[in-house]
Design a protein around this ligand. Structure first.
Ligand SMILES: C[S@@+](CC[C@H](N)C(=O)[O-])C[C@H]1O[C@@H](n2cnc3c(N)ncnc32)[C@H](O)[C@@H]1O
Length: 401
């Protein structure tokens, strides 16, 4: 009996000892945790004077504090942002066609000025959040989204009918499906991309060419299937098109998860610095490249890296009728004066390359058009910069003649 009591007593003692040890350990952790954390900045202190990683500008902490003071004391600063009326579920603020009609802006339609950005005056801004359409669903995730999106998220089926023979998209129940076709590549963008790589004799018919082609601009992209099939090749394509008769094309591209933007080759420079892309693509993009002394081709020239390619699949490159022959020879002549060379021309596609250095420009007779841009022209300035019909030469320090 005595033995049993002693065993129970020892067990209890051990239990109290264990609990005591745990409490002690907890207190030690708490003490050191407080000591260490006092060395770390608190949420309020974490912002200091320094360079803003987004804008690259130097920002003082003081300015940042003032911003919040302003929010507190200035009654005009909104405390919360209301949701817009459902009518505005597809409003794109600076690309709002209604605003152009209402404010009677005089824009040159033939230059596509109406598809460029025109931001409303302060008192015409909505200051509300764009609501999703009725029935909106969480988007299908990449990579499945390359081939299908929820119809409820972009309730527009007009392109499926209009481009039914070109395999752009198909309505299938509550989904819209993308077989990968386009105006120029009915059988799928993947085969077309391999064919381009084959034309350029890239190993394994891979357009990335071992990492030499990484950034592509697809001008007049439709629903961006060309860009979609470049992603697995480690090529990022920026797909570009305006909100024109092919309504909602960019909306589809974005819903699919493909990098795309609303834009147009019109009167202003595209918003990329010079030498941003190794390859520019246009398949049946229906752009008149000869207009205004080749100003739009000269914009592509600014955007291409030294030796960059322009892949052009359009009737002017292959049709034998008189009109297309005439356009082809004028384009060929213009691009020759711009020092571009034809790398290969096969089937319905021609591929040009821009020069690697300034040497060809220097060999031209001085009055040859297009002239070189003035040395005061900053080729990397892009915000609201009107295009000029001149060649952007390489900087002499980086690319000696
Ligand atoms: C016939 S579709 C071809 C689409 C796609 N490239 C294909 O092969 O399926 C013509 C495309 O060019 C675009 N486009 C027309 N003029 C343009 C311009 N000036 N700048 C940019 N895109 C333009 C249209 O919006 C449309 O996306």
């Amino acid at each position: 009996m005595k033995m049993k009591n002693e065993v129970t007593y020892s067990r209890r003692l051990l239990k109290y000892l264990m609990v005591g040890l745990l409490v002690l350990l907890g207190l030690v952790c708490l003490y050191y945790g407080t000591l260490l954390s006092s060395g770390l900045p608190s949420a309020d202190e974490s912002f200091d004077d320094g360079v803003d990683p987004v804008t690259g500008r130097y920002v003082l902490k003081k300015d940042f504090d003032e911003l919040f003071d302003d929010e507190e004391h200035n009654p005009e600063v909104l405390k919360s942002i209301p949701v817009c009326d459902l009518r505005y579920s597809e409003l794109i603020p600076c690309l709002d066609r209604n605003l152009i009609y209402q404010t009677k802006l005089k824009l040159n339609l033939s230059l596509m000025e109406h598809y460029e950005r025109h931001c409303p005056h302060q008192d015409r801004r909505y200051n509300c959040l764009i609501p999703p359409p009725i029935g909106y669903k969480i988007p299908i995730r990449w990579p499945a989204s390359r081939d299908q999106v929820w119809k409820a998220n972009i309730p527009h089926t007009h392109l499926a009918k209009e481009k039914s023979d070109q395999n752009w998209m198909i309505v299938d129940g509550d989904k819209i499906k993308f077989p990968g076709g386009g105006t120029h590549f009915h059988d799928g963008a993947d085969k077309y991309i391999m064919a381009i790589a084959g034309m350029l004799k890239f190993p394994g018919e891979r357009l990335s060419n071992g990492g030499h082609i990484r950034n592509v601009l697809d001008v007049g992209c439709g629903v961006a299937s060309f860009g979609a099939y470049l992603l697995p090749l480690n090529i990022i394509a920026m797909s570009l098109a305006p909100n024109d008769v092919h309504e909602n094309q960019i909306q589809f591209a974005l819903e699919r998860g493909i990098p795309a933007t609303l834009g147009v080759l019109g009167t202003k420079r595209l918003q990329y610095p010079s030498r941003s892309f190794e390859l520019v693509h246009c398949s049946r993009c229906r752009i008149d490249w000869l207009q205004r002394d080749g100003i739009l081709l000269l914009e592509l020239d600014r955007l291409l890296r030294p030796g960059g390619y322009f892949v052009y699949s359009s009737p002017e490159a292959y049709s034998h009728d008189a009109e297309n022959r005439k356009i082809w020879s004028s384009m060929y002549d213009l691009l020759r004066r711009m020092c571009w060379r034809v790398v290969v021309r096969r089937d319905q596609t021609v591929i040009w390359a821009k020069p690697l250095s300034n040497s060809c420009y220097m060999k031209r007779t001085p009055e040859t058009l297009p002239l070189l841009c003035s040395s005061h022209d900053d080729p990397d300035a892009t915000w609201n910069v009107i295009m000029k019909a001149c060649i952007t030469p390489y900087s002499a320090s980086m690319y000696p003649f």
